[in-house]
Design a protein around this ligand. Structure first.
Ligand code: ADP
Ligand code: MG
Length: 374
């Protein structure tokens, strides 16, 4: 019987690869309801990025059901990894390291990715890099598809430190980023995340889950000044609060949509536009305030809500007026994906942050965000 060789060094130069070909990292992401795998090289060039969304499974419940999510990660993870390898045209032999989301996220979901990553890394004698989901989101603008537009500058011109707005269904925070994996929280939501507010308000207006994108679309035709909604904590620090906005939107909807003869479609579009304007205004205002307070002229927006067209537009416009450069990854690298995990994993690997051999078996997940800056 062949013995498992687990004594290969964390950063083995002996892996078979073509001379001068960049080292490849296999990234695995299962923190919530997307099963994702990607191959990214050490320069942040994405060779493949496969995302299997579970939205069709959770849509009938109006939100992610954790138990269903983890069970479906189990089903999807192997084919997703195989597809990522096949799309990149490589075998596991050509992979230099495995990067996996260790947290934050849903425990049962994180465990699936972690166990698979550990198993592959241990069996293959590969280094394992533990990646924080939020740190990966704010690193995502460094990813490139290796095309001419990227080579001409773009994200590559992003230098540390920068301020990042991380906005998704589970998180809303403003961070200061001083290096790969070195983002510290300056402000965060005290209650709902921005994406959660989008989704909950969309749900009460009868829109499908996840509703952020529908609110984005309806905002195109809606009147953003139709309803006056609060801008919570607008001029107070860098923390956010969205639950009051949700209540205000519900009261507007219940009243306006039930008035005899109400044009419900119009109410829906106008309320969507008004809600989006309120959320976007708060997100943009606080992000730019953080830039000014810390004297940093670069801002990154990341996470699923950074796909929002109203947010992207207003952020770019307002930042330009204050001479702040904005970097936002393409939508496919803003919403949950494994390219950002592999990419940040590669950057951390270059700094020697990996586990190997028996030590990697002790790696564990964490479910909530880690400490904020004091
Ligand atoms: P997670 O929240 O699990 O980290 P993502 O980073 O993929 O996942 O973010 C998903 C969130 O992004 C959802 O709340 C979704 O409604 C929101 N979202 C996606 N696209 C848009 C959009 N165009 N406008 C507003 N919200 C959006
Ligand atoms: Mg996310």
């Amino acid at each position: 019987m062949q013995e498992l060789n687990v004594s290969l060094s964390a950063d083995s130069p002996d892996r078979p690869r073509l001379p001068n070909s960049p080292r490849l990292v296999l990234g695995i992401e299962t923190s919530c309801d997307e099963t994702a795998a990607a191959l990214v090289d050490e320069h942040g060039v994405v060779r493949s990025s496969v995302v299997s969304s579970q939205v069709p499974i959770h849509v009938r419940y109006g939100g992610v059901v954790p138990e269903l999510a983890s069970r479906n990660h189990l089903v999807a993870i192997r084919p997703v990894i195989e597809e990522a390898l096949a799309t990149a045209g490589v075998e596991l032999d050509q992979v230099a390291a495995i990067a996996v989301t260790a947290g934050p996220g849903l425990a049962g979901c994180l465990l699936v990715g972690m166990q698979v990553a550990k198993a592959i890394a241990f069996a293959r004698g590969l280094p394992l890099v533990l990646v924080d989901h939020i740190q990966a989101h704010v690193w995502a603008p460094y990813l490139s598809d290796g095309d001419l537009a990227d080579a001409a500058g773009g994200a590559k011109s992003l230098t540390y430190p920068y301020v990042a707005l991380a906005v998704s269904g589970g998180h809303t925070s403003i961070l200061r980023v001083d290096g790969p994996g070195r983002a510290t929280t300056l402000g965060a939501t005290l209650d709902d995340a921005a994406g959660e507010a989008f989704d909950k308000i969309a749900k009460l207006m009868g829109l499908p889950y996840p509703g952020g994108i529908y609110i984005d679309q309806l905002s195109e035709t809606g009147n953003a000044e139709a309803y006056e909604l609060p801008r919570p904590l607008m001029n107070k620090g860098l923390d956010f609060s969205f639950s009051g906005l949700k209540t205000a939107a519900r009261l507007v909807w219940e009243k306006a949509s039930t008035v005899p003869g109400a044009d419900v479609e119009r109410v829906r579009a106008d309320l969507a536009a008004s809600v989006q304007a309120a959320i976007v205004e708060v997100l943009v205002d606080k992000s730019l305030r953080a830039c000014r307070e810390f004297g940093i002229a670069q801002l990154v927006a990341a996470g699923g809500v950074a796909c929002n067209r109203g947010l992207r537009k207003r952020l770019v416009e307002k930042a330009a007026r204050q001479k702040i450069r904005v970097r936002i990854a393409p939508a496919r690298y803003c919403s949950d994906n494994a390219a950002m995990i592999a990419g940040l994993g590669g950057a951390l690997l270059a700094e020697g942050a990996s586990l190997s051999g028996a030590a990697l078996l002790g790696a564990d997940i964490y479910v909530t965000s880690r400490k904020r800056a004091s």
